[in-house]
Design a protein around this ligand. Structure first.
Ligand code: HEM
Length: 429
């Protein structure tokens, strides 16, 4: 048996939360977030919350071992020699079936590190800004409409942005792709790409896909990758696109397919669901006005929004050897679920964890755990942070208050999301 992982010490456990900022009301925000999670996972979501109250580590018969503790989860994610992606009963197995062996999130050890090292430049701030500049027009159009007093569906805006980002990564530029077409008149491709990504993501499950299901997923993926192949074959492949960068880096066809697939699924989709959730939280909790008055709170509003919503609610590993986690035996081959949605509400690190508070100062030991930790830490971290910062800074900087006029939660999706979130600018919260 390998050395056990114990619960890390918490010298300042039991800290109390400071008083809520004046005017803030977090009950409505909590209720709307619960509604959203229940629409996506009517049975799983209550179970996850229940398990969260059952201690740092828990064995769930037939499923595996569950980790709720933030600091222990961090150690698990960093020990990739002991807790691996590959193995029977993990999502990585399905990714390998559908995306091939080089999709990063289904790799372990030296081959994974070597590929991440080669892809390092893709995580730079300059690269993130270039991709965002090329994709941001849906956001700009939404901001302009709000400023004119029109109602905007932020969920649709975010889906279009996500689709545009995907197309930019694949080298589909300039925009609009049809010469002479008006930008915005043709969001069809962007929305179609987003819908394909959603369908592929919802096929990811804990056991190998049967032949027919696999065929359907691969057909969707081929439809998505066809955009990249068309751009690749043209003489005008933009040199900054992900496809062109992968070609310059000498990636093989198999690596390119894997990396593009994971960028769509782990990347553009995540960003698309997060932005409307963070804005809805700011509006529902009546804290948008606070950020409007004090722009230095933008970063905290984004970080707290990510902690509260946890767009990727869990990650999974397979134990490579017998070990113990905070006293609980884990057998080789067993699943270890890191329940990010629970550990981001660990009361010892985040006092009064069920309240969204833009003035909360995050404990540096658990910061950014919603992007993972260790070797698989989110490769799109800089891109996601810059996109969310830019959008929240613009919204909060321009509008002291927004009113949500209509909203609808997506049902049966992998990542909880607003299907519709109509907002209009108003004078008072
Ligand atoms: C708010 C937005 C995002 C969140 C919350 C998020 C969260 C995560 C998490 C939790 C992981 C690690 C999963 C694990 O350890 O098993 C991850 C991995 C990854 N993310 Fe993100 N992500 C976001 C946006 C993005 C974007 C915009 C991109 C790129 C376009 C991206 C690309 C990736 C990739 C490629 C991986 C796999 C890394 C690896 O396994 O080495 N993500 N993300």
């Amino acid at each position: 048996m390998t050395a056990p992982l114990e619960l890390p010490a918490r010298p300042d456990a039991g800290r109390r939360a400071p008083a809520l900022p004046q005017g803030a009301d977090t009950r409505r925000a909590a209720w709307q977030e619960a509604r959203l999670n229940l629409a996506a996972h009517p049975l799983l979501w209550p179970a996850v919350r229940l398990v969260g109250r059952s201690g740092a580590v828990l064995r769930v018969p037939g499923l595996g071992v569950v980790v709720n503790d933030a600091l222990l989860a961090h150690d698990v994610l960093c020990r990739d020699d002991l807790f691996r992606k590959q193995g029977r009963g993990g999502i990585a197995e399905v990714m390998t079936q559908a995306f091939g062996p080089s999709a990063l999130a289904n790799m372990d050890g030296d081959p994974h590190r070597a590929l991440r090292r080669r892809l390092g430049p893709l995580a730079s701030a300059e690269q993130a800004d270039a991709w965002l500049d090329a994709s941001r027009s849906p956001l700009d159009r939404a901001f302009a409409a709000l400023a004119q007093g029109r109602t905007v569906d932020l969920a649709r805006t975010a889906r279009t942005l996500s689709g545009r980002l995907t197309l930019t990564l694949m080298g589909v530029e300039p925009w609009p792709p049809v010469p002479g077409a008006r930008d915005g008149a043709d969001d069809t491709d962007a929305l179609a790409v987003h819908a394909l990504g959603e369908r592929i993501a919802s096929a990811l499950q804990l056991s190998r896909l049967p032949e027919r299901r696999l065929g359907a997923v691969q057909a969707d993926l081929d439809r998505l990758l066809a955009y990249a192949e068309r751009a690749f074959a043209s003489d005008t492949l933009p040199p900054g696109s992900l496809v062109a960068r992968l070609r310059t880096m000498g990636c093989t066809a198999e690596e390119t397919r894997g990396i593009l697939s994971i960028f769509f699924i782990a990347g553009a989709l995540t960003l698309g669901v997060t932005l409307p959730r963070v804005v809805a939280l700011l509006v529902d909790s009546r804290q948008l006005a606070l950020v409007h008055r004090d722009a230095s709170l933008v970063g905290a509003a984004v970080d707290e929004g990510l902690r509260y919503t946890c767009p990727v609610p869990l990650t999974l590993r397979i134990a490579a050897a017998d070990t113990r986690l905070a006293g609980t035996a884990v057998r080789a081959g067993e699943r270890v679920f890191v329940l990010t949605a629970n550990l981001a509400r660990d009361p010892q690190l985040f006092p009064d964890p069920h309240r969204y508070d833009v003035t909360r100062v995050h404990d540096p030991r658990a910061r950014y755990l919603w992007y993972g930790a260790g070797p698989h830490f989110c490769l799109g971290f800089t891109l996601a942070q810059r996109a969310l910062h830019a959008a929240v800074a613009h919204i909060a900087g321009t509008f002291p208050a927004l009113r949500i006029t209509r909203r609808r939660a997506s049902r049966g999706v992998l990542l909880p999301a607003w299907r519709e979130l109509r907002v209009v600018a108003t004078d008072a919260p």
